[in-house]
Design a protein around this ligand. Structure first.
Ligand code: NDP
Length: 288
């Protein structure tokens, strides 16, 4: 039987709608959520991501301020900009679009962002809080994956979750979030022997590798929920995930499409974190 499609576009639209109402209420109290986006150089994919984020911000009433800097920007200039944004009270969230040009020290830049404005959730403060189960900004893509499971009533409690990919921005935080919801979690990576065997144990299979068809249909357990986070462009120019969607959907219980799954959710959770940052900056009580 074909799997039920997890419609990330729809879940994201619902989240944005809720945020829009919340932002209107905040504005009536004089709080105007603002997101600063820093884009360096001419990377076409980065430019596309930034314009989607700007559009999403505008639609729900977040003030988006994009700082477009040339490829030749120095580390000192970038750090100065981050410092200025850190002290600007109109800016509640700061997002530096990655990857940065090779001559810049990405780690130093990311660590410079004030923890109170780290809406990407990539900094040591946000990640430390996640490990400690303390409230803090949760990285947008893993947070979006959790929200999709929640929206379709898939409770990780007692389930076996397998994550393929161990990056700091997706795999590791997602493992901690699933653990928080009482799943038993396995993290796989490029040195995992018997990836197929590991995947076949998954009630929830999350994949963030960056290679099309890493997961073939025969690696999916019958009835599993499959969350495909990968974004790849085929030689024909088609956007696909890391999972062989057509084959996997015949065995999975639930599956996310690419595009239309993790992508729109990531942007929605960025908006969510920006609203959260604005509320915290105003001293409001928040639940995370
Ligand atoms: P990274 O390159 O940082 O991490 C990839 C991970 O995949 C690594 O842990 C790597 O293992 C593992 N891996 C590579 N090859 C294999 C293999 N053959 N078998 C098992 N594991 C393997 O990528 P990201 O986490 O940043 O991104 C992953 C994908 O998700 C990309 O396609 C990216 O574009 C997409 N993405 C999508 C987002 C969205 O909004 N939808 C947001 C962020 C990312 P090792 O650690 O051993 O090298």
């Amino acid at each position: 039987m074909a799997a039920q499609l997890i419609d990330g576009k729809k879940v994201a639209a619902d989240i944005r709608e809720g945020l829009k109402k919340e932002i209107n209420e905040l504005k009536s109290k004089g709080i105007n959520p603002g997101l600063a986006v820093v884009l360096i150089g001419e990377n076409p994919a980065s430019k596309k991501y930034v314009s989607s984020k700007e559009k999403a911000c505008e639609e729900i009433g977040i003030k988006s301020l994009t700082h477009k800097l040339p490829e030749s920007t120095t580390q000192a200039e970038l750090i100065k900009l981050i410092d200025n944004l850190n002290s600007d009270s109109n800016v509640h969230g700061i997002l530096v679009q990655l990857p940065l040009p090779k001559h810049l020290n990405e780690k130093e830049v990311m660590n410079r962002i004030s923890p109170a404005k780290d809406v990407d959730g990539f900094g040591p403060d946000a990640l430390g809080k996640l490990v400690l189960d303390e409230p803090g900004f949760v990285a947008c893509t893993p947070h979006g994956a959790m929200k999709m499971l929640e929206a379709y009533g898939i409770d990780p409690k007692g389930k076996h979750a397998v994550i393929v990919g161990r990056s700091v921005i997706v795999g590791k935080p997602l493992a901690l979030l699933l653990l928080r919801k009482h799943a038993t979690v396995t993290i796989c990576h490029s040195r995992t022997p018997n990836l197929k065997e590991e995947c076949l144990r998954a009630n929830i299979l999350c994949v963030a590798v960056g290679r099309a068809k890493t997961i073939t249909g025969d690696m999916v357990k019958e009835g599993a929920a499959v969350i495909d986070i990968g974004i790849n462009v085929t030689p024909e120019g088609k956007i696909v995930g890391d999972v062989d969607f057509d084959a996997a959907k015949e065995r999975a219980g639930y599956i996310t499409p690419v595009p239309g799954g993790a992508g729109p959710m990531t942007i929605a959770m960025l908006m969510y974190n920006t609203v959260l940052a604005a509320k915290m900056a105003a001293g409001m009580k928040v639940e995370i």
